[in-house]
Design a protein around this ligand. Structure first.
Ligand code: SF4
Ligand code: SF4
Length: 197
């Protein structure tokens, strides 16, 4: 059962994050108990644990949060969300922070943001991920030397029928693109009007 009486200060950054996150209004009820950080399998690789991130959001440390690698280490396992006593949408908040970091040009130029952009580019176009295309485009644009080294492994997987050299497309990609385009437009409108209700 969650505790509703403890409300923390709403910084401008917290208001922005709340507005973009489903059930984001629950962020003000974080108790700083640390269950999220303790549950996170990738906590050791993060610049700040999820608990620390919520504290920094409350303290309006926008740059520190958006330039951190924390959300990029999140693999959306939902362990933290399941264990949070305050029903705070932690995993969804990580998605919000990724979007904000990219939009505001603060994403760390590590592997994960570039990989995420490459992945969404293919999903936008074909409606599905395309492993060979993602790996090739990502490696060639970001790590050309690693790309060359990985070619042997790619060829071996192809020879065993584990990889396709052509992207599989869903039917009616036009409809998907129209949905994505509408969602982006609505998201922009929401941001302009000060966030979701
Ligand atoms: S588990 Fe929930 S209440 Fe506890 S620190 Fe994390 S977000 Fe806050
Ligand atoms: S959803 Fe993300 S932040 Fe939460 S426990 Fe899993 S990896 Fe960690």
């Amino acid at each position: 059962m969650s505790v509703e009486s403890t409300e923390i200060h709403r910084s401008q950054f917290m208001r922005d994050v709340m507005a973009e996150t489903p059930d984001g209004e629950r962020l003000v009820h974080c108790l700083q108990c640390g269950s999220c950080g303790g549950s996170c399998p990738n906590g050791p690789d993060m610049d700040y644990t999820p608990r620390a991130i919520f504290s920094m959001i409350a303290a309006n440390r926008r740059d520190d949060v958006l330039k951190s690698n924390t959300m990029w280490c999140c693999v959306s396992c939902y362990f933290c969300t399941a264990r949070c006593p305050q029903e705070i949408p932690i995993t969804e908040t990580m998605y919000t922070l990724k979007r904000m970091a990219i939009r505001e040009g603060k994403a760390t130029e590590g592997d994960a943001p570039a990989l995420a952009r490459t992945f969404t580019g293919f999903v936008d176009k074909f409606g599905r991920a395309f492993e060979v295309g993602i790996a090739t485009r990502y490696l060639m644009l970001n790590k050309p030397m690693s790309g060359l080294k990985s070619m042997g492994m790619g060829m071996s997987m192809f020879a065993r029928g584990r990889l396709s050299l052509r992207p599989a497309k869903i039917r009616q990609t036009g409809q998907l693109q129209a949905i994505i385009s509408k969602a982006r437009e609505l998201s922009k409108q929401e941001r302009r009007s000060g966030g979701a209700s």
